[in-house]
Write a protein that binds this ligand. Structure first.
Ligand code: SAM
Length: 326
């Protein structure tokens, strides 16, 4: 059964955050002073998350991405994922992680039936990595990536490009695809927190392309499949891997949006950059499947045509990406 919103977009992708906790404090994701942690009872239990996922798949969701906070810090995550991967009709179970715990967990994730892992990595230089993550350990992440690769996970790296911080590493990241069969994706910095100087940080996808094409010959590369996100893909001539550019800020791809989001406390969002939120927790706690189904359909029915990502006059509230899950 397929699920469509009023603008004819097929909605088949759920981003599900399983925790607000993170072992990093990335500068673009959380304010320096940190964020209030949710109380244990505010967080959905694994049973509630499972019910949500099953119901979403029953009405047309085909791909679920587990996110956070950092999903791998939640106790019991591997068993939870093993349960999710068995949901009939779920075509892709994928996960996004900062990679800090990957070396010890990659094997379990593979066995649990996770199809793919996206690893967020914004610098290959220890001092810049530490500045961006405020507490990460680059070596630990690189070891995690190698472990995941060695057991057969396809590797997708997501780099948020920030002017004056890590834009000097675009060619290093692009160059990784020459030798490795990795997908490296360059993501425009999004003003989720609406900092006054956010525009000065944005390094556009076009600029990324220009920089890469000055050094390499690149050709367009087709999308992976019908469940893939809005990335424009390229391959450097002779490379093993591919490059993707995600231009959330400089050029909207709302017409292709196929997703809804639910946070670890059960708040659903039909659009990342819209204030509308729906509290699914009471329904999940009541265990009422048909009410849940109705609520999810309602969220899809109310998806806005466009999100107010960069409109300075919009009343969009700032938010921490660590709560929503990216
Ligand atoms: N901890 C996990 C991770 O690092 O992938 C999952 C959560 S994190 C919020 C998900 C994604 O959101 C990461 O790839 C991160 O880079 C991205 N993200 C967070 N804030 C962002 C921002 N302001 N602009 C662009 N991407 C952002």
């Amino acid at each position: 059964m397929a699920l469509f919103d009023p603008f004819g977009r097929k909605i088949n992708y759920l981003r599900l955050s399983v925790t607000d906790r993170c072992n990093l404090r990335c500068i673009y994701c959380m304010p320096a002073e940190g964020v209030r942690k949710l109380k244990h009872e505010e967080i959905l239990s694994y049973e509630e998350l499972q019910l949500l996922a099953e119901t979403a798949v029953r009405i047309g969701i085909e791909k679920i991405r587990i996110t956070g906070g950092e999903p791998l810090v939640r106790k019991g995550i591997v068993d939870f994922l093993a349960g999710l991967s068995k949901i009939p009709g779920l075509r892709q179970l994928v996960l996004t992680t900062n990679g800090m715990l990957l070396s010890e967990m990659a094997e379990g994730l593979r066995a649990a039936g996770v199809h793919r892992i996206n690893i967020s990595l914004d610098s290959l230089k220890p001092e810049i990595f530490a500045r961006i993550t405020r507490r990460g350990n680059l070596d630990q992440v690189l070891t995690g990536i190698r472990t995941a690769e060695s057991i057969g996970f396809p590797i997708k790296l997501n780099m948020v490009v920030m002017r004056g911080i890590n834009d000097g590493e675009i060619l290093d990241f692009a160059g990784l695809t020459m030798e490795k069969p990795y997908t490296v994706r360059f993501i425009e910095y999004m003003p989720s927190m609406k900092e006054p100087d956010w525009r000065s940080r944005v390094f556009s996808g076009d600029e990324v392309m220009r920089r890469i094409s000055e050094a390499y010959r690149i050709r367009p590369f087709p999308r992976e499949d019908s469940l893939s996100g809005p990335s424009r893909n390229f391959r450097i001539d002779g490379a093993n891997g591919t490059i993707g550019i995600i231009t959330a800020v400089s050029s909207h791809f709302c017409s292709e949006c196929n997703r809804i989001r639910v946070t670890s406390s059960g708040t659903a969002k039909g659009c990342l950059f819209d204030n509308a939120e729906y509290d699914l927790k009471p329904i999940l706690r009541s265990g009422n499947r048909s009410a849940l189904e109705t609520a999810l359909r309602e969220i899809v029915a109310r998806k806005p045509e466009r999100g107010a990502i960069c409109d300075p006059d919009s009343h969009r509230k700032p938010f921490d990406m660590s709560k929503v899950g990216g």
